[in-house]
Design a protein around this ligand. Structure first.
Ligand code: GDP
Ligand code: MG
Length: 438
């Protein structure tokens, strides 16, 4: 996934502007990356369209490469799609706050119930766990063991009483014993079926929960969407708990589920241990889905700029004063990819004392002009700037479609830069630090 993105972004980086063509090409790859991360295809389609709309016509800031701009937009939109900032657990102003955990079998409902009760305990709450899964063998025992480990009381009535009755009695028990949170652990099935849904609807109607959290195994790929849609229709979900993020899944399910149900993902479970539950952070998830670790490296690379071979050659030329207009042009092009010259120079030791840096900003227009001027020079002139007398300058101005002032200004800049380079090459001598990226 990230290899693919890397290749497309490096393609982008070698260009100056973010054209519609660039965006389309980049987003084709983003699309594939998302599909590989198991994001639902409908969700991907909408997402890509949205990003495209935003990206085209977007100004590429001087200090960014086009690739960085695309990464930034994709990342922001992805974060927004997953719910912006993380959203909190409800808290009823008429305690206890009732949380109903629902989801397919094996999704992690029971484990997450335990983890959630631990989180609440840490916040000074007094949760009660209620065992409503009477079908799965040892499900009640599982919750009781968790409760013992966590020192959280578990309300159970065995497996001969209906889950609705257990839920109601559990709630009553919580009220009587001063619990401020009730977590109802319900049964799941391997697939959605009507009997299960009916039971869950009955529990829902009986206890009127403040939160209905759908527990989703993040390894469930495309199917997560159908599951979420179905549960949401039946039970009006209020949030999602995404489990098993400690696996190697990219978590595309997270994106799909949020997009389809509109419900925020409230918690992320990242392991079997009981403290492995955290509030969900959309921006982290976005990074994960996109493999942002790699992207950040990419951005760093873009910032450190040009390829080492070229830099070395330039450095040699500067020292031996072989620096020509052609080199200057190439330098400007490289520098333009990295950002404004003045900022760049500020990073170099001693550079802030030098004059003339203010005029050294590079933008597309300027680069085009410089290019046309250099191309109107003869080979002799390029190698020997001192040849450029008034009449030659006039010829170049006419030939390149620039004013004489432009030509003069450019030549002045070139000479300033050469002077600066002499000073730099002093610093860069055998004992100097070298001139990274320039
Ligand atoms: P339920 O059927 O929905 O109640 O699922 P359980 O809570 O019993 O969990 C099913 C299995 O998934 C158990 O073996 C859990 O230990 C495991 N599990 C739950 N959450 C996580 C998680 O975040 N990471 C990992 N690796 N395993 C988990
Ligand atoms: Mg269970």
């Amino acid at each position: 996934l990230s290899n693919r993105l890397q290749s497309v972004f490096s393609k982008l980086r070698t260009k100056g502007k973010l054209t519609e063509e660039d965006v389309t090409a980049a987003l084709r790859e983003v699309r594939l990356a998302l599909l590989e991360a198991d994001v639902n295809f409908k969700v991907v389609k909408e997402f890509v369209a949205k990003v495209k709309e935003r990206a085209i016509g977007q100004e590429v800031m001087k200090s960014f490469t086009p690739g960085m701009v695309v990464i930034d937009i994709v990342n922001k939109e992805l974060t927004a799609l997953m719910g912006g900032t993380n959203s909190k657990l409800a808290r009823s102003n008429k305690p206890p706050t009732v949380i109903m955990m629902v989801g397919l079998q094996g999704a992690g409902k029971t484990t997450s119930s335990g983890k959630l009760s631990k989180l609440l305990t840490k916040e000074g709450r007094r949760p009660l766990l209620v065992a409503c899964d009477i079908y799965r063998p040892a499900a009640i025992k599982q919750l009781q063991v968790l409760g013992e480990q966590l020192k959280v009381p578990v309300f159970a009535m065995g497996d001969q009483v209906s889950p609705v009755e257990i839920a109601k009695a559990g709630l009553k028990h919580a009220e009587d014993h001063g619990h401020d949170y009730v977590i109802i652990d319900t049964a799941g099935r391997l697939h959605i079926d009507e009997t299960l849904m009916q039971e869950l609807r009955d529990i829902h109607a009986a206890i009127e929960p403040d939160e209905v959290l759908l527990v989703v195994d993040s390894m469930t790929g495309q199917d997560a969407v159908n599951v979420a849609e179905n549960f949401h229709q039946q039970l009006s979900l209020t949030g999602v708990v995404l489990t098993k993020l400690d696996g190697d899944t990219r978590g595309g399910a997270a994106l799909s589920v949020k997009a389809v149900t509109g419900c925020p993902i409230k918690f992320a479970a990242m392991g079997e241990k009981l403290d492995a539950l955290e509030p969900f952070h959309p921006e982290r998830m976005a990074s994960r889905i996109l493999g942002m670790g790699d992207m950040l490296t990419l951005i760093e690379k873009a910032q450190s700029g040009i390829d080492a071979e070229k830099a070395k050659e330039m450095e040699r030329k500067m020292r031996t004063a072989e620096f020509t207009f052609e080199d200057f042009l190439e330098q400007m092009e490289q520098v333009r990819k990295m950002g404004p010259l003045d900022q760049l120079f500020e990073m170099l030791p001693g550079a802030n004392k030098m004059k003339g840096l203010k005029d050294m900003k590079v933008d597309d227009k300027q680069l085009t002009r410089v290019e046309s001027i250099v191309k109107s020079m003869t080979k002799e002139e390029k190698l020997h700037p001192e040849l450029l007398n008034h009449s030659r300058r006039k010829r170049i101005a006419a030939g390149s479609g620039n004013s004489l002032t432009d030509v003069n200004r450019f030549i002045k800049q070139f000479e300033d830069m050469k002077k600066m380079m002499k000073q730099f090459s002093g610093m860069m001598g055998p004992k100097g630090k070298g001139m990274k990226g320039l």
